[in-house]
Design a protein around this ligand. Sequence first.
Ligand SMILES: [Zn+2]
Length: 510
Amino acid sequence: MSKNILIFDTTLRDGEQSPGASLTVKEKIIIAEQLSKLGVDVIEAGFPIASPGDFEAVKKIAQTIEGPVICGLARAIDKDIDCCWEAVKYAKKPRIHTFIATSSIHRDEKLRKSKEEVIADAVQAVKRAKSYCDDVEFSPEDAGRTSLEYMCDVVSAVIAAGATTINIPDTVGYTEPEEFGNRIKTLFDKVPEAKNVVISVHCHNDLGNAVANSLAAVRQGATQVECCVNGIGERAGNASLEEVVMNLKTRKDFFDADTNINTKELFKTSKLVSNLTGLSISRNKAIVGLNAFAHEAGIHQHGVLQSKATYEIMNAEDVGWSGENIVIGKHSGKHAVMALLEEEGYSLTSEQNTQVTEKVKDLADKNKSVERDDVLAIAMDILGQLSETEQRIKLEGFTVTTGNGMTPTASVKLLINDQEKIGTGVGDGPIDALSKAVWSIVDPSVKLLEYNLKAITGGTDALADVSIKLKDINGKVFSGRAVHEDVIRAGLLAIISGLNRYMNAYNKGN
Ligand SMILES: [Zn+2]
């Protein structure tokens, strides 16, 4: 019988630590719901002690998501473990994942602790976690660079203390596939009790080896793989979930292993995560890139037309790949919009659905056609909207003039905490002039860090999707996003939404 490989998804924890990504609690719940549909075995929902927002997200996911084990991360410190339990305890199947660094470089430079002290801390952490819940995972951080002998000593000690899953991370993405596979093999040879627990791996992609290393470990007996949708994660990211899963499925003859993943949900999950994190997928990305199933070279097309098997090793349908773009017209009602959103993994409240439908109709009235991606952009815009009380700054009106041979000039009228203010500015372009006008009346210590503009679908009447990042003097980053058919208005609204988040964070009058 083929063995079952558990898929431990850490998109919401490690993935969320990707530079440039940040998710709201609402967005995290939507992703968790889709991960549950996808059939992952474990969702690592966050690092509860890291911030109140992280805690809230893990708690909400534990309370609402059914199916997978819900796991929280905790350093090997009492207060981390206590806090983690407070967040995951609501889950039907809670897990505490605790870790401490074991490599000499981390022990000496970061922890300044001896080998014995690190083992003692690890054992104490596992025991404390175990006092709360049966399902305890332990990771020796930077295991990839830890001496094999010492790593085995640590693993032995934490299994004796009650850990039920042992995760071997290649934290800095340093190892090579053969070497990492041998590490897992040695672990099973030197620590016989390892057979009685789940041996997991967590590989980073700094050298591009994350998937290959994870698969090499599976060949040597690991039965849990930690990964992220689209391979996102710290620095160069983690092993990509869809690549690990499709390797196991496509090469079952080689791995003799199964997963519980419904692969038909892969493409949709990938798109949802990309849309909500703002981290786009390159066209040539394996499995989920737009080119993955496109056969453009003439010779290939000829072959594919005669028999798909000539150049295709996987079926596009198996990963739920959809090339078509369903058109929504002005006569499409709420049900059509809801069905589309549901299909794409967006579960919205009835009120949010109505708001999306209204915007879609509004757009269809002005435009000829509204495509699937337009609807998704509108849904994301609605999801990110702030409540009435959170909108400390509201746009009342603006003008901007620009043209050949003249300096772009703008003025804005804003309601800031119900007080009307007017600002003016000149700049290198219309958006620059508008942002200067805004900054002439709001906190000038906040700086615009990033400005990204994306046209959703083709044509000059395309919806514009603008996402921005602001940075305050404390180095805190706030994101804003807006979707509008008027590209200038979208840019201005995105800046205002970022400023509102900044003001809410400090509870600012102005
Ligand atoms: Zn990691």
